[in-house]
Design a protein around this ligand. Structure first.
Ligand code: ZN
Length: 68
Protein backbone atom coordinates (compact mmCIF):
# COMPACT_ATOMS: atom_id res chain seq x y z
CA UNK A 1 0.00 0.00 0.00
CA UNK A 2 1.40 3.35 -0.95
CA UNK A 3 1.79 6.05 1.61
CA UNK A 4 -0.84 8.74 1.49
CA UNK A 5 0.26 12.15 0.39
CA UNK A 6 0.01 15.02 2.80
CA UNK A 7 -3.24 16.11 1.15
CA UNK A 8 -4.74 12.64 1.34
CA UNK A 9 -3.68 12.45 4.93
CA UNK A 10 -5.43 15.73 5.61
CA UNK A 11 -8.61 14.66 3.82
CA UNK A 12 -8.77 11.28 5.46
CA UNK A 13 -7.54 12.18 8.87
CA UNK A 14 -6.16 15.65 9.60
CA UNK A 15 -9.33 17.61 8.99
CA UNK A 16 -11.51 15.13 10.83
CA UNK A 17 -12.29 15.04 14.47
CA UNK A 18 -10.59 12.22 16.32
CA UNK A 19 -12.25 9.96 18.83
CA UNK A 20 -10.59 7.64 21.23
CA UNK A 21 -13.05 4.81 20.80
CA UNK A 22 -15.78 3.73 18.43
CA UNK A 23 -18.32 4.40 21.16
CA UNK A 24 -17.04 7.97 21.55
CA UNK A 25 -17.40 8.57 17.83
CA UNK A 26 -20.90 7.15 17.66
CA UNK A 27 -21.94 9.07 20.72
CA UNK A 28 -20.75 12.29 19.09
CA UNK A 29 -22.79 11.47 15.99
CA UNK A 30 -25.77 10.78 18.22
CA UNK A 31 -25.44 14.17 19.89
CA UNK A 32 -25.69 15.73 16.45
CA UNK A 33 -28.70 13.61 15.61
CA UNK A 34 -26.69 11.96 12.85
CA UNK A 35 -26.26 8.48 14.22
CA UNK A 36 -28.13 6.98 11.28
CA UNK A 37 -26.07 8.97 8.78
CA UNK A 38 -22.61 8.48 10.21
CA UNK A 39 -20.48 5.47 10.71
CA UNK A 40 -17.32 5.18 12.76
CA UNK A 41 -14.13 3.72 11.40
CA UNK A 42 -10.72 3.05 12.83
CA UNK A 43 -8.14 5.26 11.14
CA UNK A 44 -4.93 3.57 10.09
CA UNK A 45 -3.16 6.92 9.95
CA UNK A 46 -3.61 8.07 13.52
CA UNK A 47 -4.96 4.95 15.19
CA UNK A 48 -8.02 6.82 16.40
CA UNK A 49 -11.62 6.77 15.22
CA UNK A 50 -13.31 9.12 12.80
CA UNK A 51 -16.84 9.53 11.56
CA UNK A 52 -17.71 9.03 7.93
CA UNK A 53 -20.93 9.58 6.06
CA UNK A 54 -22.96 6.50 5.42
CA UNK A 55 -23.10 6.02 1.70
CA UNK A 56 -26.62 5.06 0.70
CA UNK A 57 -26.80 2.59 -2.12
CA UNK A 58 -23.86 0.61 -0.82
CA UNK A 59 -24.33 -2.18 1.62
CA UNK A 60 -27.52 -1.76 3.52
CA UNK A 61 -30.49 -0.45 1.59
CA UNK A 62 -31.50 3.01 2.72
CA UNK A 63 -34.89 3.59 4.20
CA UNK A 64 -37.20 4.88 1.54
CA UNK A 65 -39.47 7.68 2.59
CA UNK A 66 -42.73 7.95 0.75
CA UNK A 67 -43.73 11.39 -0.30
CA UNK A 68 -47.27 12.30 0.43
ZN1 ZN B 1 -6.96 9.61 11.61
Amino acid sequence: MKKPTREEHYERCGRKRRYRTEADALQAAGLLGLESERTAYACDLCGRWHLASVNPGRGRAPTVRKRT
